[in-house]
Design a protein around this ligand. Sequence first.
Ligand code: LRH
Length: 485
Amino acid sequence: MKYLHLAIDLGASGGKVMAGNIQNDKLILSEVNRFSNSPVEINGISYWNILNLYNHIIESIQIAQKNDQKILSLGIDSWGVDFGLLNENGYLINNPIHYRNMFKTNIMQEAIEKAGKKWIYEHSPTQFQPFNTLYQILAYQKYAPDFVKISKYLLMIPSLLNYFLTGEKAIDFTMASTTQIYNHRKRKWDEEIIKKFDIPDILPEIVPAGTKIGKIKKDVLNNNSNIDVILPASHDTGSAYAAIASDPSDTLFISLGTWCLTGAIVKEVPYNEELMENNLAAEGCLDGSFRILANVTGMWLIQGIIKSLNLPDNSDTYQKITEMAQNAKPFSSYINVDDPSLQNPQDMIQAIIQQSIKDNDTVLNETSQVIRTALEGIAFKVNEIKEKLSNILKIDFKRIHAVGGGTRNKLFCQFIADATGLTVLTGPIEGTAVGNLVSQLYALELVKNFEEARDLIKRSFDFQCFEPKEHDIWKEAFISFKKKK
Ligand code: LRH
């Protein structure tokens, strides 16, 4: 009999279920299931298909239970900020709404006008994004006040699914920290934000990441599976960061996927206006520390280019795209990868071409140049964030450690090393699943502390190392782009 822990990692475009089990003192991963997560658009509003996700979770548990395998525990993590509302009797009031809808509203601006940017940030130092949970609640208050009136519980996506499985309602600290209603200093919901914006009493209890919340209800699986449901670091970035095994005191951490989540670890959030001015987030980590982080636009650009080219989204395509970038001329142009025009364009290639004209007065004529400019742009941005974090937090970074699927792109990892002049370590590729699993091992006391968890990760996975080779050339290129602008 094999004893498994299941990490259920839900992303904005798909879900992935990995099983972990301890063999010979190592954490061994195997893939159980993958499924797509396609939002459904009705009357111009994009909803998450939460019941479909729930069905996929049940299906994944059943797949993993086959072949002499017993599941001891499972944990669900997902993207941040989104939630479902339940009424008093636990009925789901609405399909959770996709955060990208918020780009169409002015709600964050209105909230800032009402309370002041500084006031909000002092109470909850979260990156100002129109889609933060706070602004989504305000959108409900504006466009669907009846729903808010009958709401009794707000549950973030992993917590909502945990509720379906167990009947328990709780949210973990890492997810709470993404809402902009959480007070990082007091480590609880911020009563003043709640009062200022008339948020009803719907926010659930916050528990530490890595908390056992209950068992799967008997009627859910029609068997006596006795599976522990654990709230891992349920924010996906929180789980990904928990898989980074380098010394947090002098390492710049990156979780590299759709976003390139670049940050540094601190024990407590330093209340510093520069954090707000640079729109940096303070987000909770598995061990109760925080990361000061920038959501840099990441492989979203490449995913968009692949769509523009009508190519299948598979590893062969990524290989082809990377080869095109490798063979293109370096530094054809420069783009600000975080520009709003690149966040949801009809055609990513055209959007990058326009951005290059705007930022660098250069027309990109070839697709290979577009791809290379996008990847170089992300690497330049990582370097800018590294400099900012280093100055604001007074950290002399000695290395970068990146996890996540984006680290498969070796050319890009080399770009980061060259842009920053730092050694880049990568691995594990399945960072989020590994961090989710480590949270479960911690909750079940199968690892005693986070040191032990780090050691387990170090002996279980392969790591790659990229040394900077052309830092001076990158530095000069960046200076000349900035001068030109
Ligand atoms: C990354 C992430 C990020 C949020 C975004 C909605 O997956 O969790 O922290 O800003 O999704």
